[in-house]
Design a protein around this ligand. Sequence first.
Ligand code: AMP
Length: 456
Amino acid sequence: MEFKDFGLHADIERALTAKRYSQPTPIQQQAIPVLLEGRDLCGIAQTGTGKTAAFSLPSLDYLLNNPKPRSPRGCRMLVLSPTRELAAQIAQSCRDYGRFAKFSVMTVFGGVPINKQIRELGQGVDILVATPGRLLDLVDQRALRLDDVEIFVLDEADQMMDMGFIHSLRRVAKLLPKERQNLFFSATMPKEIAALAQQFLHDPVTVSVAPQATTAEKIRQQVTFVEQKEKQALLHHVLKIEDIDRALIFTRTKHGADRVVRHLKGAGIDAFAIHGNKSQAQRTTALQAFRSGQVRLLVATDIAARGIDVSGVSHVINFEIPNVPEQYVHRIGRTARAGAEGIAISFVAPDERPYLRDIERVTRTKAEPVKLPDGFGEMVRNLPKPVNPPRNTGGKGRNPQRQREEAQRGKAGGHRDGGQPRREGAGDGAQPQRKRRFRPRRGGVGAHKGAVTRVG
Ligand code: AMP
């Protein structure tokens, strides 16, 4: 089957040719015809399967074939995504696939100033990609209406639930018009997600590209049993012996991610951390550096990494394994994308063994055990000291290389992160996390009020 068999609008076919896509992926083969008929769809598929094109191509086709003026503060297609990174990626895909048509595509998510978003929404947009929290902030400020949405896409529904967005989603459901096309995607479909799907979908067609929690076939999975406190030494060893193009290293906590980065830097190995305590500017900088190959290692928590689409990730290293088996599937799915082969290496401490058993049961696979290397005790003893958090500034042991890096990052990231103080921007994962209030200033701030009055 080829893309031209779908009979998509010529502008979209041109864009696909420009992207050198010739054959639809399995989820695209199943979903596109159904969506072109205007049916609702429940798609069980994870990131990496081509699901973004599966929902955007027929939607763009509909918008092109049914032109309509934009209505002020409205949008014709609304896509909800759990994370900012995924939202940005989806919007970019829509821009790519719609590049020969004149679509306005906009993203709204938290962590960046809201006023610009309010202004841009004033004239209405064709396609809006949003995270739920900021979306509802904009609705509350009367900068956005959802009553003329024609296509509604809920992406990564299971992740939305994990992140506690259920109440926001219920609210969104009430704000949408009755007549609309609904697309619902989730990597897994446990009972509570199926119940959520029912609230949105009308007589849907269900398509599924892989049985639930099936481990990507092309991924070589390895496991090494190691004490928690010795994992860093093992990581340095693995980074030395493995032929790594790009590696994603997963930790369970934000502090854990920062700690790994500090240790790597102490050993002269460059890496970025990406997690929920980072400002949007820091996250963007880290992702860009990883995508461009400027840094080979990205240390991430599950939520931050979900939906990241970076090609050429040769290794996924589970510094800590997740306590939810499905999360393991999502993690290792970051490698072996678009048919490439990948390696997933898990470090398992004694107290994580029950998690490993759960993973093996759910994925119905057993990772290949790899022994600790000879001389590992020596490696542990000789582990270089971590770089200190920047709080110890001015004292002895200050690392000039790190000072330079921090200064650069402060410049790169300090001014775009929604007015957060520069010292936040200076962190590279080395900074102990301060409690931050992410709540955008609302209502009481004069400038915002002014903007709300103008658009409302
Ligand atoms: P997604 O699952 O939507 O995140 O897509 C995963 C990756 O596959 C993205 O980098 C897409 O650009 C790419 N992709 C999607 N559809 C196709 C296709 N039909 N042929 C080649 N690459 C594709």
